[in-house]
Each structure stands twice: as structure tokens, then as C-alpha cells.
Design a protein around this ligand. Structure first.
Ligand code: GLC
Length: 532
């Protein structure tokens, strides 16, 4: 896209390295395995991959509990394998971002070991300690299914330590300038290896202040601006992607004046896409879009349908949450914390029309889309597995034993049943022009061809029908009219006069005239480019 920053119209793809492809038959995916599969990602049309943490870790939180920030867990390979992956990806015009976990370490990290065993250790103040568990009472508990407090008593230290996630993930003390400095060094180390940026994990929680909910504090923004300034100075073109599971007005400050994050996940739009599909009406999506403030020109939202965590219902009302659970988590095993631990295809009843429609929304609403590995083929989940592991099962490459993921014994059970690898796999879809993979691939290709999709502009069109989401995306002379029928019935819509006229139907690749009235089949979508 002309002079636009690369990330504004990029298509992202999230990968669990452990679950993607095993190259050495030890049953765990690794960096070399991922490198082998870059051609596949290039075929799909991915511009940037985000890999989940690969640092040494006791894996109490799948690697988000880091024991060494300067290494790679040998199960995934070594630093040379990462360099190899980066250069092989770059050779295919694919960028790579990694997780930067600032908020906490693993309790196995030497800093924490030193801190807990000696009150006078310089590392003691790297963490947040207290003699009581009564401080910061207004901070919510995030992992409500496993944790009862944000404080855990440490026998060895003789004090409580603070943690926003599992009690095996002590929070770092960002009031300590040394901690701030350490994390800049961590960032420098990986940027020097050639990665293209970071998905910054759990950033709202860096600081604690009494009398607040300890989220999104001004101090947090001051630090994140420092991180950004450091990147701009030494590593222009690399990006920071913000994980702040918040309403858009609270994410907005993370973009600063274009001097904090380049990108931020748009969390609240995600559950509303599922609401819209279930209700067959688009008002919830429209409402959250209206509530989404403009962001600086050099920034972009990142939108998603699913990721490696539960489908979070933190950014909906209590009533909506109950409704979502009723609709999408009929089996109690599907619930996790304040969310739903299911994948895209099972959530949408493996209904091809709904899967395409959800993707149509993902690729045409404002923001750069990110696909969660396997969702492009509609793979399933495994509810027998603990916590979020149910949605982190091995990628389904083909119908050979263990899905072509490994020649060894896989680290995890695979998906069973109708969405398992015997039926749903890459090999059977790549060459089948009617497959879901091919539909997603087509959407990606079309999206990337048109600058309108990367722009921030969006205008709702009153089509006189609450079941059909109709909107204009526009950039320069490129104007798109997008129509999505969310309902299971045919719908009649009226196109206002100013939007009638001659269009190119991007999927059918033929000209079409949009007149006053139009009947639209159930769950169908149209991407139309205005003739100028
Ligand atoms: C983020 C990650 C999640 C992890 C948590 C703690 O929310 O997405 O997987 O458990 O941070 O690091």
C-alpha cells in the first residue's frame, strides 16, 4: 500500500510453535518445523506471523511464565533456528513478531528465586511484596477459575507477592527503574536478532496504585512511551501490538499521539460478531463500532475471531455474558474463567456459511485481521484437555497418523470426532477450490489488493433491514460497499440512492448494478467495488 505503514493492511496469523509442526519427532512443534511450513503460510497470503512464547519456561502458563528472557526452550530449537526462521520468512515477505511478557516472570526465574530467598537481594525489589494481602483490593482477579487472590503467601520470603495471573507468575515491580531497564534490554536482544516487533502481553497491569483497579494507570503509559521511543530510535519499522483487553475508549490511550503502540487488539468487537451471528442482527457490532474512537493515522486496530485464550467475555455486560454462555457454551466444560474455550468452527456449528460470513466481517471491518492457526481450515477443539489447552492442539496437516504434525508421540491429544484431522486437514483443502481454506485465501487476496480495507474510514449504510450489515469502506478513489446478511433467511434490502450504481463484485469478478432493492440469500455476503 503506497506510503502507508506496512501493518495497516497486513494479514496476521497467530501460531503456537509447540502445536504447529514437529521437525525432530520429539512430539513437540519447533522452529524448524515452522520454517518448513512457511510456504503454506505464503500460499494463504499471510503478511506477519505472531508466535506465542518460546522462552525457557516451566510451562505452567504455556510459556507466558518465562524463566529466562534471553533464550529459547531447547524443545523449540535454538537462537540459530530462530534466525533461520526469520530470514526464511523475510525471503517470503512474511514478518515475524514475538510475545514480550513485561508484566510478570515465572516463579522459576532466577530473579524471583533470588528475591524470595534473600530480603537484601537486589532482586527483592524486582517484585511486589507485602506483609498483608489487603492491599490493592480494587484489582479484579483475572483467572477466576484457578485463583482466589492476587496475593500469594511465600513461605521462603515470609511475605505475600503480587500476581495478576497464576500464582506461579509473580508480577514485576515497574516502580523499580532497574526492572524498566531490564525489559528494554530484553526487547533490544530480540530486535537485534531481526524480529519485526512484539505483541506486548497483558500491558494494563504493569503498575499498582491503592484506590484504583490497577489497570491502565498513567505510569503504565509513561513507560510504554519510553519503550516506543526506544524502538523508534533504534528499530524503525518494527511494531508494538498491544494486548489490553479493555473497551475501545480505554485502549485508545495506548495509541497515545501515535507515539505508543502501533497496533492494539480490538477485544470487544469479537464477542459482538458472535452475538450478531446468533441473533441474526448487526446492532451490537454497530454499537461497538460507534463507541470506537478514532485513532492516530499511523495506528491500526487488530481484529480477530479467536485466539489461543478463551473467547473472552470480559468486555460485555453481565446479561450479555450469560446469554453468550447459554448460546455458545451449552456444555459446562466449554466455560472457562469469564469466557468460552472453544474454537471458531465448533462455535459456528461447523456451518460453512457462518464461517465464511464471520470471516467476511473480520476481513472487511476496520482493523488488520489476525487468524488463529487452524481456523482457516475449520479445525476443532478438544474439551477433554485442561484449561486453554483444548484450543491449542496440534495443527491438522493431513490425514496420516497424528495429523502429519509429528512422527513421534504428540505432546497433546489431538482433536477427536468430526472436526478431527481425518476429515479436516490442510492437505485436503489446499487444492480443493471449494474448501474453506480457499475461501479464506480468496478473501485475504482481495483484501490486500484494496487500500480501502486498510483505511480507518467506515460508514454504515442504512439498508432498512436490521439483519443486513451494510457499510462503505473507502480510501482515495477506492470505495467498497460491503453487505453481510447475518440471518438464516433471505432478506430484502434498500440501497439509498447515493450508493446505487455500477459495482464490481469482487468474488464473482463481474460487473453488477445495484439498484434500489435487492434480495439477499441467508448468510451471504457481497464485497462490491464502486465503479468510478
Ligand atoms: C495474556 C495471554 C494469556 C496469558 C496471560 C498471562 O492474556 O494471552 O495466554 O495466560 O497473558 O501472561
Amino acid at each position: 500500500m503506497n506510503n502507508e505503514p506496512w501493518y495497516k493492511n497486513a494479514v496476521f496469523y497467530e501460531i503456537s510453535v509447540r502445536a504447529f509442526k514437529d521437525s525432530n519427532s520429539d512430539g513437540r512443534g519447533d522452529l524448524r518445523g515452522l520454517t518448513e511450513k512457511l510456504d503454506y503460510l505464503q500460499t494463504l497470503g499471510v503478511d506477519c506471523i505472531w508466535i506465542m512464547p518460546i522462552y525457557p519456561s516451566p510451562l505452567n502458563d504455556d510459556g507466558y511464565d518465562i524463566a529466562d528472557y534471553y533464550n529459547i526452550d531447547p524443545a523449540y530449537g535454538n537462537l540459530d533456528d530462530l534466525k533461520e526462521l526469520i530470514s526464511a520468512a523475510h525471503a517470503r515477505n512474511i514478518r515475524l513478531v514475538m510475545d514480550l511478557v513485561l508484566n510478570h516472570t515465572s516463579d522459576a526465574h532466577p530473579w524471583f528465586q533470588a528475591a524470595r530467598s534473600d530480603k537484601n537481594s537486589p532482586y527483592r525489589d524486582y517484585y511486589v511484596w507485602s506483609d498483608t494481602d489487603q492491599k490493592y483490593k480494587d484489582a479484579r482477579i483475572i483467572f477466576v477459575d484457578t485463583e482466589t487472590s492476587n496475593w500469594t503467601w511465600d513461605e521462603q520470603a515470609g511475605q505475600y507477592f503480587w500476581h495478576r495471573f497464576y500464582s506461579s507468575q509473580p508480577d514485576l515491580n515497574f516502580d523499580n527503574p532497574k526492572v524498566q531497564e531490564e525489559m528494554l534490554n530484553v526487547a533490544r536482544f530480540w530486535l537485534d536478532l531481526g524480529i519485526d516487533g512484539f505483541r506486548a502481553d497483558a500491558v494494563p497491569y504493569l503498575f499498582e496504585r491503592e484506590g484504583t483497579n490497577c489497570e491502565n494507570l498513567p505510569e503504565t503509559h509513561v513507560y510504554l512511551k519510553k519503550l516506543r521511543a526506544f524502538m523508534d530510535q533504534h528499530y524503525p519499522e518494527r511494531i508494538l501490538l498491544c494486548e489490553a483487553n479493555q473497551y475501545p475508549e480505554d485502549v485508545r490511550p495506548y495509541f497515545g499521539d501515535g507515539d505508543q503502540f502501533h497496533m492494539g487488539f480490538h477485544f470487544p468487537i469479537m464477542p459482538r460478531i458472535y452475538m450478531a451471528l446468533k441473533k441474526g442482527r448487526f446492532e451490537d457490532v454497530a454499537e461497538i463500532m460507534r463507541r470506537t474512537p478514532p485513532i492516530p493515522e499511523n495506528c491500526q486496530w487488530c481484529t480477530f475471531l479467536r485466539n489461543h485464550d478463551e473467547l473472552t467475555l470480559e468486555m460485555v455486560t453481565e446479561e450479555e455474558r450469560q446469554w453468550m454462555w447459554e448460546q455458545y457454551a451449552p456444555d459446562p466444560r466449554m466455560k472457562l474463567n469469564l469466557g468460552i474455550r472453544r474454537r471458531l468452527a465448533p462455535l459456528l456449528d461447523n456451518d460453512r456459511r457462518k464461517l465464511e460470513l464471520a470471516n467476511s466481517l473480520l476481513f472487511t471491518l476496520p482493523g488488520a485481521p489476525i487468524i488463529y492457526y487452524g481456523d482457516e481450515i475449520g479445525m476443532g477443539d478438544n474439551l477433554d484437555l485442561f484449561d486453554r489447552n483444548g484450543v491449542r492442539t496440534p495443527m491438522q496437516w493431513d490425514d496420516s497418523p497424528n495429523a502429519g504434525f509429528t512422527d513421534g508421540t504428540p505432546f497433546s491429544e489431538l482433536v477427536k470426532g468430526r472436526l478431527g484431522y481425518q476429515r479436516i486437514n490442510v492437505a485436503s483443502q489446499v487444492n480443493d477450490p471449494d474448501s474453506l481454506f480457499r475461501s479464506v485465501k480468496r478473501m485475504i487476496a482481495l483484501r490486500k489488493k484494496h487500500e480501502a480495507f486498510g483505511s480507518s474510514s467506515m460508514e454504515w449504510v442504512d439498508a432498512g433491514n436490521p439483519h443486513v450489515a451494510a457499510y462503505i469502506r473507502q480510501h482515495g478513489a477506492d470505495t467498497m460497499l460491503i453487505l453481510n446478511n447475518l440471518s438464516d433467511a433471505a432478506q430484502c434490502i434498500r440501497i439509498p440512492q447515493e450508493h446505487q450504481g455500477s459495482y464490481l463484485d469482487l468474488f464473482a469478478a463481474h460487473q453488477t448494478t445495484i439498484a434500489n432493492e435487492l434480495t439477499f440469500p441467508p448468510y451471504s455476503y457481497l464485497w462490491l467495488q464502486k465503479h468510478t
